[in-house]
Design a protein around this ligand. Structure first.
Ligand code: SF4
Length: 926
């Protein structure tokens, strides 16, 4: 590009990952990419981005993009078709199915990644014009229990507080939330409050997570026991006369029943300790902190929601806030941290099967009102099927046509193997996607529709504090990709509803959504966007982030609900809910004696279709793993760094073993991100039981009975290639993006010599340099083409398997010189090339070895000094807990002459001799 050419202006948009909803400034580079920085004026992040947001610029390439509509022909192959043909096929296919089997034989499965406008059009088409409520979303897997808990307590799905509460609280309680990794920018606000104002941080989680490492009090609770703990807290507050009787009397009902049931469940500290596995002293300390801190925010997330009793757990938390009047006031309230970027927007339009639209349900009056507004001919009159039920209905043959948009249910649903098999039975299976290959696309859709991706489309998202922000296009959609709302509107027109779906733009859709929220809304409905109902196209184009309610123009800054009551129930009072006795959906047994917990890691998102394209993000944890407590590892014959099969009643995966004292004994933890696209055997959805909460329908993804057993591979190693490759069957592999191509970590039982054929097949005509030592089980091959290091395969015996950190910089470079070739070919350990180790700080690419070296040389004695020396941890801060742990680890070792480890550490032996393995949770693959 001409260095003197005017730079493109930065476009204000919003991060597409988590529910924090950070503002982003994207400046296109004119070559299809863009530079990304945080938006200093966005009130969610004030310029900060976490490692995922900061790496967005690396995820804009078009490799693997679905660029054209495709249809499956009778011989099973997919072929490109025109939009007209594809849209006709979808519209007429749905019409045929509805005509033959009725409207409940069709379903849409949506995504919290969709924009509000996409959600609105899908919801309107299904619930107003097809006449079914079978429209659900992957948000069901994320926060459905929070929605149900809000509706039971408040009469509406409302997050009462705002992010400013996190700055103003004196006590922040995090329940089932690894916010340090899953909501990093918000977690930095919590730490800022802790350091600046002395706010206390209590973390309640079965695992000692990165979040727990920063806590003042960590409560390693037994799986499924959160509800019992908050029942005990309610009892404690009542017995200490710490309830706000005037608030309770004026604004709530149900305290006596909730308290009586809570007393049944956990009448005192001892009972609470038995139910939760916690010590009475720790519980007492938490209860005292809560009782004596008027400004308490309780943040909860998937650890609470993903439970067969998730709704009761949410209500047990809300009960404590209602009973003490700690709600809707600065620094006080229950706070659902939403997982996805637009789960909130989806909830606003009604994009779940148990909502109608705009915070209305299925009462006759609401159905009639929405029908009148939409001029809809065929309104759904009852709730539809929630995600797991929906896929079970597909398996049972009751649903015949399915349209999946922007999500990957073949990998992410519980019991994913069975769900995937069910898809084969569909008469019509439509997928709207940005990628041409993921597990759902592999499941054989009849029609594939290319959707515009983040950065290519216009619309809005709503974050966890009810703030609506614009997503704006800064790149043209590639090929024939189109926005999801456009695709659905085109199908609706072809189904005979041209007038009702005559949208010209996302602004058109948004206006209608805002108008529906205000339609016949006399204040009985919380979602009121009437202030935006007449927004012009120009105003939509420049819309600043706004928080609802927006009844009359902009809401007051940081609007909170319920400080003075005003709940959205018939009597305007909140409901304290009497929860059921806590219990997990399935008991452990001799065959499955452990509990499998699942969750996210710091630098990946969902099934990696976007984050998996970033080499920087892949550096942190490149392999699928299972965390195991040292005692469970010992009793099951597992070694840190070796492999294990993890099995449940539903499936089996093979994962790298990470022995971690931060893991709870009797529990396993495995991340959710890998799929058949990115690993040989790591699709965790296959393992998760489909047991769901009876109210919210959310699956219990945190406590599936499981078993684990060691697996041995003779060889380990890696491959670096310019394009994805197929490895020999029986190879265990994990694929990540690396600069210049893709990298595979692999393990195999094949003899070293057998890899010679693999390398030759892989690299074809490229000049191949090889090193073979069959007796010692080493094989190395490096391929060169045009002076370029084209790729390599390195394998070695278990325990001395080669590592790739030193080679990746050579692979990323354009050319290799003679000396580098000699090093590559020498068969030595590449001592000449500095190995920085796996990346800890993704923002500045600082590796573990570099950090350890700085600490060992005492050039840095704190995370802050590491920041000054190496810049590590000075941008998003996501790695600060890891940096602190590395410093602590060094202090623990040097302070004891290296012979005494901290109580939570373990020691493992590697080929290089004794190597310290951090015993909490931060070094899974090192
Ligand atoms: S915290 Fe990170 S992932 Fe979440 S919205 Fe902000 S930048 Fe995106």
């Amino acid at each position: 590009m001409n260095a003197h050419a005017p730079r493109s202006p930065a476009v204000r948009t919003t991060c597409p990952y988590c529910g924090v909803g950070c503002g982003v400034l994207a400046r296109p580079d004119g070559r299809g990419g863009a530079t990304i920085v945080g938006d200093p004026e966005h009130p969610a992040n004030f310029g900060r981005l976490c490692s995922k947001g900061a790496a967005l610029g690396e995820t804009l390439a078009l490799d693997g993009r679905l660029l054209h509509p495709m249809m499956r022909s009778s011989d099973g192959t997919l072929a490109r078709v025109t939009w007209d043909i594809a849209l006709d096929a979808v519209a007429h296919g749905f019409e045929r199915t509805i005509g033959r089997y009725g409207p409940d034989a069709v379903a849409f499965y949506l995504s919290g990644q969709l924009l509000t406008e996409d959600y609105y059009v899908a919801n309107k088409l299904m619930k107003g014009f097809i006449g079914s409520a079978n429209v659900d979303s992957n948000s069901r897997l994320c926060m459905a229990s929070a929605v149900a808990g809000h509706r039971r307590a408040f009469g509406a799905d409302i997050v009462p507080g705002v992010y400013a509460d996190i700055d103003q609280a004196d006590l922040i309680v995090l329940v089932g939330s690894n916010a340090a990794w899953c909501h990093p920018v918000l977690f930095q606000r919590m730490l800022a409050n802790k350091h600046a104002r002395g706010a206390k941080l209590v973390v309640i989680d079965p695992r000692r997570t990165a979040t727990a490492e920063e806590s003042d009090l960590f409560l390693p609770i037994a799986p499924g026991a959160d509800g019992a703990l908050f029942c005990a807290l309610l009892v404690h507050l009542a017995d200490r006369q710490a309830l706000d009787r005037s608030y309770v009397d004026a604004h709530t009902v149900g305290l006596d029943e909730a308290l009586a049931r809570s007393r049944d469940i956990a009448p005192d500290l001892e009972a609470a300790a038995r139910a939760t596995g916690l010590g009475t002293a720790d519980i007492a300390q938490f209860f005292d902190l809560f009782r004596t801190s008027p400004r308490v925010v309780t943040c909860f997330s998937q650890g609470v929601n993903q439970s067969a009793q998730g709704t009761d757990k949410v209500n047990a938390i809300i009960n404590c806030h209602l009973a003490t009047g700690r709600i809707g006031k600065p620094g006080a309230g229950p706070f659902s941290l939403t997982g996805q970027p637009n789960a909130m927007g989806g909830r606003e339009v009604g994009g779940l099967a148990n909502q109608l639209a705009a915070h209305m349900g299925f009462s006759d009056g609401e159905v009639e009102r929405v029908g009148r507004f939409w001029k809809a001919p065929r309104m759904a009159r009852a709730e539809g099927l929630k995600a797991v039920q929906m896929f079970e209905a597909i398996a049972a043959g009751r649903i015949k046509a399915l349209w999946v948009m922007a999500t990957n249910p073949a990998a992410s649903l519980p019991n994913a193997g069975a769900m995937r098999d069910a898809l084969k039975a569909l008469d019509l299976f439509v997928v709207s996607e940005t990628t041409c290959s993921n597990d759902t696309v592999r499941a054989g859709p009849h029609v594939l529709l290319p959707a515009a991706a983040w950065g290519e489309k216009e619309g809005t998202v709503t974050n966890s504090e009810r703030r609506i922000s614009r997503q704006r296009a800064f790149l043209p959609p590639p090929g024939e990709a189109r926005p999801d709302w456009w695709i659905m509107a085109e199908v609706a027109r072809r189904m005979g509803h041209a007038t009702a779906f005559a949208y010209r733009s996302a602004a058109d859709v948004f206006r209608e959504h805002a108008q529906l929220s205000a339609f016949e809304n006399s204040g009985a409905r919380s979602l009121d966007l009437s202030g935006l109902a007449a927004i012009s196209d120009d105003e939509f184009a420049t819309l600043d982030p706004v928080q609802w309610p927006l009844c009359h123009g902009a809401a007051p800054r940081d609007f909170r609900f319920f400080a003075a009551g005003g709940f959205f129930t018939a009597d305007r009072k909140a409901r304290l809910i009497a929860p059921d006795k806590p219990a997990l959906a399935a008991a452990t047994c001799e065959e499955f004696p452990l509990r499998l917990n699942t969750g996210r890691i710091r630098d990946q998102w969902h099934t990696m279709t976007r984050t998996g394209t970033s080499p920087r993000l892949a550096e942190h944890l490149p392999e699928p793993f299972v965390e195991v407590h040292p005692a469970d590892a010992a009793s099951n014959g597992l070694r840190d760094g070796a492999f294990a099969t993890v099995s449940t009643r539903h499936g089996t995966c093979i994962l790298k073993v990470v022995v971690s004292a931060g893991q709870r004994r009797g529990s396993l933890f495995a991340p959710i991100h890998w799929s058949d696209e990115t690993a040989s055997s790591a699709r965790i959805g296959d393992l998760v039981a489909p047991a769901t909460d009876p109210i919210s329908g959310q699956p219990e993804a945190k406590a599936t009975p499981a078993t684990i057993a060691p697996v041995e591979f003779a060889l380990g190693g890696f491959a670096l290639t310019r394009r994805p490759i197929r490895l020999p069957s029986g190879t265990w592999w994990s694929r990540v993006a690396v600069a210049g191509g893709v990298g595979y970590v692999l393990a195999s039982d094949d003899a070293a010599g057998a890899w010679r054929e693999v390398a030759r097949a892989l690299f074809g005509d490229a000049a191949l340099a090889e090193y073979v030592d069959e007796p010692r089980h080493f094989y190395r091959a490096a391929a060169f083409a045009g002076g370029r290091f084209h790729g390599c395969v390195f394998v070695g015996p278990r325990g001395a398997a080669p590592r790739w950190h030193a080679l990746k910089p050579l692979f990323a470079g354009d050319l290799v010189d003679e000396q580098q070739r000699r090093v590559l070919l020498s068969g030595r350990r590449f001592d000449e090339i500095p190995d920085c180790g796996p990346t800890v700080c993704a923002c500045f690419g600082v590796g573990l070895a570099t950090i350890r070296a700085a600490v060992a040389a005492r050039r840095a004695t704190s995370a802050e000094e590491l920041g000054e020396l190496l810049r590590a941890g000075t941008n998003c801060g996501s790695c600060l807990p890891e940096l602190r742990k590395i410093v602590e680890e060094r202090v623990a070792v040097s302070g004891s002459n290296g012979s005494l480890l901290s109580p939570v550490s373990v020691r493992s032996l590697s080929s290089g001799g004794a190597e310290l393995v951090i015993g909490r949770r931060f070094t899974p693959t090192r």
